[in-house]
Design a protein around this ligand. Structure first.
Ligand code: TEU
Ligand code: CA
Length: 547
């Protein structure tokens, strides 16, 4: 049985992974073809983002049938073959379950629209205010009011995301039973884990206007959230101790995460939180350009490391996913120090306490998309916000500059397998453009090269299995006030690990508060790192030291 604390998860966005039939869309046979690549990397699990039947308004996060595979991605036979062939390589398959909402094309919603009261109670329908305006002033995460009006019912329904993603009513026990049933369905197919999409939003509190924010305080970590998760656990995945689970926790609090990811295992194995990925936002607003606040980044990472450990709770640790820009573009360097900075960022995450997640292409140092025209963008959130920002009077150029930095499409360009014009992704026209830098940044150029970013990720995954201090060690921050260095120590049963990273392209002096005598270099992004008590770290230099 796998132990999730010694494991590394690799996230696959199937649409952009590998297209095997030339329709420009990645597919499940494409994932099967690359299992040997993933085995070579050494990952324990693959998490696939949704490939269920869906109109694809939000790339599959708008599910119309939870038990069927969208034919664009393949067949149930393909899926079964994937689970089987992954298992043969020691890799478990994790599914992405979207239970906060369904597509409005889901038959439940269609029945609700047709007037079926039973199914209307699956969703959150409310009359408007006396003047006919929406029930509350909450904002959709993708822009605009979070309620959509249905004239034939004379009611609004809630959609925290796109208007084609209707929120489910978890207060209704029938909905909760449906969800449990779906999870069991996939468990019976041999799935080894689940990622639950925005699962801390499922318990809605009061439906009232929010005069301080966008409404999130009324439904984030809501009143019955822990009860709902415990019930789901008891009735489905909790019955199989092998199943690993991770909850995507939007705008959550650490206090809630102690319980979501507690050692008692009554809710989930671990959680994603996002506070560290808002250090280049203005509050919760990401549609601005502000430099990343390094001090805040450290403060957040360190407080979650220490806080969760103090309560025996477990983090998922990560920089990247399909909603985030590429980390090397965001916190590293796309130019001269591309390789060093990508490895530095990898060290920081992989040596922390928690289960690391690698997003496809991160292990190659893939960069942001650098789109310059609106017709290159595909993401509903980016397209909506283009319109919203333009309507607010922002110049087209400024909007493009913001999208270039923050658009979710930055991480959704196709995997760069080789240096051919389509990056080896597809023989047809890819659904979203391939980054032209596929000519230089690609898997073929890196696999087998001991100095590659790929080799560095391989080493980090291997070291986690060889040294319990990485998986299990206690965490202590080092020099938290240093303006350029991110450093911490891990300790476990006499073994001690120091991870020290220069976050910037300029040399910096670091006086180690730990006596470095007896430590050896376990892994570095320079071939000749020479630890010293008073140490001049080179640009982006990052070293793991072990004693
Ligand atoms: O994302 C949840 C979420 O709130 C975000 O990370 C979102 O992308 C961000 O707020 C936008 O600024 C999850 C999925 O990961 C995302 O792809 C889906 O679009 C979303 O839920 C809805 O299902
Ligand atoms: Ca295809």
């Amino acid at each position: 049985m796998k132990d999730f604390k010694h494991s590394v998860v690799y996230q696959i966005y199937p649409k952009s992974f590998l297209d095997t039939n030339g329709d420009g869309l990645g597919d499940l046979p494409g994932v099967i073809q690359k299992l040997d690549y993933l085995r070579e990397l050494g990952v324990d699990y693959i998490w696939l983002t949704p490939f269920f039947v869906s109109p694809q308004n939000d790339n599959g996060y708008d599910v119309a049938d939870y038990r069927a595979i969208d034919p664009r991605y393949g067949t149930m036979a393909d899926f079964e073959a994937l689970v089987d062939q992954a298992a043969q390589r020691g890799i478990g398959v994790m599914l992405d379950m979207v239970f906060n909402h369904t597509s409005t094309e889901h038959q439940w919603f269609q029945k609700a629209l047709a007037g079926d009261k039973t199914y209307q109670d699956y969703y959150i329908f409310r009359p408007g205010k006396a003047d006919g305006t929406p029930p509350t002033n909450w904002e959709s995460k993708f822009g605009g009011n979070a309620w959509a009006y249905v004239p034939q019912l004379g009611q609004y329904y809630l959609h925290l995301f796109d208007r084609t993603q209707a929120d489910l009513n978890w207060e209704n026990p029938a909905v909760r039973r449906e969800v449990q049933d779906i999870v069991r369905f996939w468990m019976n197919k041999g799935v080894k884990g689940f990622r639950f999409d925005v699962v801390n939003l499922i318990s809605k509190g009061e439906y009232a206007d929010d005069f301080q924010g966008d409404g999130r305080r009324f439904y984030t970590d809501g009143p019955r959230i822990h009860e709902f998760l415990r019930e789901l656990n008891l009735q489905s995945f909790g019955r199989d101790p092998e199943i690993v689970t991770v909850g995507e926790m939007s705008s959550t609090s650490m206090e809630n995460c102690f319980r979501y990811a507690g050692a008692d295992g009554r809710e989930l194995s671990m959680v994603f939180s996002f506070h560290h990925l808002k250090v280049d936002f203005m509050g919760n607003d990401k549609w601005v350009l502000v430099p990343a606040d390094f001090g805040k980044l450290k403060e957040i990472l360190f407080s979650w490391q220490e806080g969760m450990a103090a309560h025996g709770a477990w983090n998922a640790v990560f920089w990247c996913n399909h909603d985030q820009p590429r980390v090397v573009s965001r916190f590293g360097d796309e130019g001269k120090y591309w390789k060093q900075s990508a490895k530095m960022l990898a060290n920081i995450v992989h040596a922390m306490r928690g289960t690391p997640y690698i997003y496809q292409g991160e292990e190659l140092g893939m960069t942001n998309a650098n789109f310059t025209r609106l017709d290159q963008y595909r993401d509903v959130e980016s397209l909506n916000h283009f319109r919203i920002l333009r309507d607010k009077g922002m110049s087209e150029e400024s909007v493009y500059n913001i999208l270039k930095v923050h658009s979710r499409d930055n991480s959704r360009t196709p995997m760069q397998w080789d240096g051919t014009p389509k990056g080896g992704f597809s023989s047809g026209e890819p659904w979203i453009s391939v980054n032209p830098n596929a000519a230089e940044i690609n898997a073929a150029a890196q696999v087998g090269d001991p100095d590659s970013i790929f080799a560095h990720y391989q080493a980090l995954i291997r070291l986690r299995k060889e040294h319990d201090v990485i998986a299990l060690g206690e965490f202590a921050p080092l020099t938290p006030e240093h303006p350029a260095v991110l450093a911490y120590r891990r300790a476990y049963q006499g073994e001690s690990l120091v991870c020290v990273s220069n976050f910037y392209p300029k040399e910096t002096r670091w006086d180690s508060p730990v006596n470095l005598e007896g430590y050896r270099v376990l892994l570095s992004n320079y071939p000749d790192s020479a630890p010293a008590q008073s140490w001049t770290l080179r640009p982006y230099e990052s070293v793991l030291l072990l004693k």
